[in-house]
Design a protein around this ligand. Structure first.
Ligand code: KG4
Ligand code: ZN
Length: 355
């Protein structure tokens, strides 16, 4: 079954998103309404506020996606929606709306795992993803390595984080330093002005010898360095400022910039080391980076260099497709529809869905 136009809906966390795809690789529209200004004052996503904001935004976002794609509900051949993992109240909003559209228009709908969506984002811009491919999905909620042997909708999890996600580490370190939320983009920018060798960070190792990741120790190390160096918290988290200005390098004392650069280098080295080790062992023909942290300029450069040295192509995608969006959900849905897969109306939200 190949539907004509697929509507994708994503509402698992703090972005309300809708997109229309004409083919698995042709985006007609992709609309993302970010809730960052709402959650910024709390230093992280507040689940109840997020769910309520999805309810308020979803109609407008879908209408805008259809308008931009120059189509109407009648033109849709299928609806794909994130059913998990994510915040349950948030997932339910997208899921119920998708079911409503599918029921009213009598078109198929399919539930998509958010992490599969991130993986499929790479297939939108790359016609050829050499298989077996190893995907590093690295975001605010997840950090894991998945191996795709064949393009059959199955993924083997080869490593995952035992505690925090890498993006969570960025967000927590930014919070410790008083640099605002979300932390990733800010720290990425500021790290360019620091000396990454100034502060020491060890690489966490699993006592059971597994390749799993662990990121919770980084914030503890940052705290330790902050105390030892008497670094003061900067004031970029004023909860009453509706539109805070982004911190600039000139706002930060040199030790803060050096600490950020050292933290980032340690996280990136950890991600690159484990990814390339597993890629070698699994004889991966390519490595793909997906999820918000895959926007990180240092991670992209370091993984590309490691891939070049190992003779394995490293694939990334444009920044708009790397962070949460609905085009990736529509793309994943499209490939499931093509295999004849659909979901029943009894599909429920699954906050801890595994791949
Ligand atoms: O994939 P995503 O948009 O949402 C989730 O599924 O979590 O990822 C958001 C995460 C946040 O933790 C954010 O700080 C991080 O991605 N992030 C970055 C960068 N841009 C976003 N982390 C490091 N460097 C970046 N440039
Ligand atoms: Zn995500």
């Amino acid at each position: 079954m190949t539907p004509d136009l697929v509507l994708g809906i994503e509402s698992s966390c703090d972005e309300t998103a809708a997109a229309v795809l004409e083919t698995p690789r042709t985006i007609r529209s992709s609309v993302v309404a970010s809730q960052i200004p709402i959650h910024r004052r709390y230093g992280g996503v507040v689940p109840d506020l997020a769910a309520r904001q999805h309810l308020l935004s979803i109609d407008t976002v879908i209408t805008e996606a259809l308008d931009t794609a120059k189509c109407r509900f009648e033109d849709l051949g299928g609806v794909a929606v994130t059913f998990g993992p994510g915040l349950v109240g948030c997932l339910l909003v997208g899921l119920q709306v998708a079911k409503g559209i599918a029921y009213a228009r009598r078109i198929p709908f399919v539930g998509v795992n958010h992490l599969e969506g991130h993986i499929r984002s790479l297939f939108i811009e790359h016609a050829d993803v050499p298989l077996p491919a190893l995907f590093l999905v690295v975001s605010g909620g997840h950090t894991a390595l998945y191996l795709m042997r064949r393009d059959d909708g199955r993924y083997d999890t080869l490593a995952r984080t035992r505690d925090d996600a890498a993006g969570e580490a960025y967000d927590k370190v930014s919070r410790i330093l008083g640099l605002g939320y979300p932390g990733g983009p800010v720290l990425d920018r500021l790290a360019k002005h620091g000396d990454s060798k100034r502060f020491a960070f060890g690489r966490p190792k699993m006592t059971d010898g597994s390749d799993d990741f662990s990121f919770s120790g980084y914030k503890t190390s940052v705290l330790r360095h902050v105390e030892a160096t008497s670094i003061a918290r900067l004031g970029f988290m004023d909860p009453d400022d509706p539109d805070p200005r982004a911190p600039q390098p000139s706002d930060c004392p040199q030790p803060v910039l050096d600490l950020i650069a050292s933290f980032q280098e340690a996280v990136v080295a950890n991600l690159v080391h484990t990814t390339m080790k597993i890629a070698r062992e699994a004889r991966a023909a390519s490595v793909g980076l997906a999820g918000g942290v895959a926007c990180n300029s240092r991670l992209r450069a370091a993984m590309a260099a490691a891939g070049k040295e190992a003779g394995v192509p490293v694939l990334t995608t444009s920044l708009a497709l790397t962070t949460d969006n609905a085009a990736m959900i529509a793309a994943a849905g499209y490939s499931r529809f093509r295999r004849g897969e659909t979901s029943g109306f009894d599909l429920n939200a699954d906050p801890s869905a595994a791949n």
